[in-house]
Every structure is written in structure tokens, then in C-alpha cells.
Design a protein around this ligand. Sequence first.
Ligand SMILES: [Zn+2]
Length: 292
Amino acid sequence: MEDGNIGDEASSDEPWDYLFDVKYTSYAGYVTSSLKLAELLEKYEYSTSTRFRCLKSGKHFGKKFEKSGACDPKVRIWDTQNNADPYIRYDGTPFIIMGKKVLECHQGFDRDSKTNQKKQTKSPASDHTFKRKRRLVQSTKKKDCPARIKIRHVVKILNYKVSDKDKPSRKFVPQVKKDLHDNTAELVFQHRFYVSLPLEEVHRNHMKGAASSIMQPMDSRISNYIKKVVTEHGVTSTLKMKLLIEVFLKQSIFPDSPLPPKHNKRFWPSLKDIYNHMAVQFLKLRDSSFDQ
Ligand SMILES: [Zn+2]
């Protein structure tokens, strides 16, 4: 609920909905692998013309569960943090919490504070990302966007389940603990990544939607493609390059899904952008041919 990430049931239709293995709303649910998590986040970013980057990630987040790990796994039956976001809904199956990851909106970031941030990163307190950011807000004119993607990784142990008729019970806990210790091979694990996505209105201090996507830099796959086409095939026409990029988008980046809207400059660079990228490659080619 906090920060505008919603956790209650609400029906809506968003392009990334189908990527949830279990969907509570378009902005909350879970997926059962880190690959699916990456797909979901990518689709969410493309569809909303947003970009996020890691702010904080737990040590065991996204890792395999190992009983010999440094931490003594605590077997849980329900989420004891009622206001956790995302909240792990009760389903009668015991689980272990692996960790949390928080991503922050990339677009609310003030580029001028980069040097300042570098200085701060080198300081001994650099582990405390949150603290560092807070200090930055005070010490510079940084315009932070509060939009966050929050993810919690848990491992469900599917061998056990309280029947739906039973009251929530911790009766399995001692047995699960014992099995985790002596009998791991028999256990059936399911990794779950619970995701809480921000609504568009949570973004602050930057342009949103179509307007912000006009400002987005070219996707690196496209700039690499331009480089390749110029150096290997000697294409010199920007119009021809634009058509080739469209084919590349369809065949290589979005083979199984619709193309992003044309105002999204990350995928639909302008002729001027294309020209500039090509020009850099021509200069490099010319320089290298002088060397020979
Ligand atoms: Zn934002």
C-alpha cells in the first residue's frame, strides 16, 4: 500500500499481465523464476516507457537455496510483517525468505550529481545505499523520483501444505526444519519472486510516458546493430538504416511480442540520432583505414 504500490485486488489490463505466474493485480503478484522476473520487468519498462536500476539487493536474493548457507533458514508459514510490500499471502505452504531487492526509477536521477555520488560511493559507509541517497538529497539539488519496484524472493517447500479447511498452523515447522537439514534431496522447492510495481502517478520530477520516452537514449542493442551494419556492410543511407532497424526490432528484439510505440525513442531513434551514430562509425572506419 505504501508509496502507491497497490496490493489489493483490482482488475485491470496491462501488457505485462500475462507474465505473472500468479497475478493479484497488474501491479502485484509473483513469478516462479528469475528468468520470468527479468521478462516481467523488461515488459513493464517497455510498456510504461520507464527505466529502473538496482538500489538495493539482499545477499541471497536470486540465488539457489543452500542449506549449508551462512544463514540458518527460518521456516515460515505466513508473513509476519503485515505491512510488508510485497506481502506474502498465506497459502498453507511453508517457506523460507531469501531476500529483497529494490529498484529505483532511473529517470528522476539528476546527472549533475554524478560526481558527488562517486565521491560518496568511495566513502566507507557505501554499503548503506539508503543513507547515501538521503545525504545526497540534502547536499545537492538532486531531484529524486520516488517510484520503486520492490521484489521479495522466497522459497516455498511444496511437500507440505495445510489443507484449506485447517486453520493456519505451524505444525509442519519442526518436520520441515529436520528435512531441510537431513533430507534436502526429497524436498520440492518452488522459487517465488513477489513483485510490487509502481503506478504511473508515483513518478515525480521528470516527464512521464510518451514525453519521457522521447528523451530516452537509444537501446544498446540498436546502437550495436548500427555499428555492425556500418562496419560490416558499409550501409551509408540513414533512411535505409531506419528500415533495417525496424526489421531488427521485429526479428531480434521483439520476435514474439508487439513493437513498442513509435514515440519511444529507445527503440525508434530519430533520423538525426541514427545519422549521429552512423557518423561516429564512419569516423572510426576512416581513422583505422589511415592507420593501415
Ligand atoms: Zn520516475
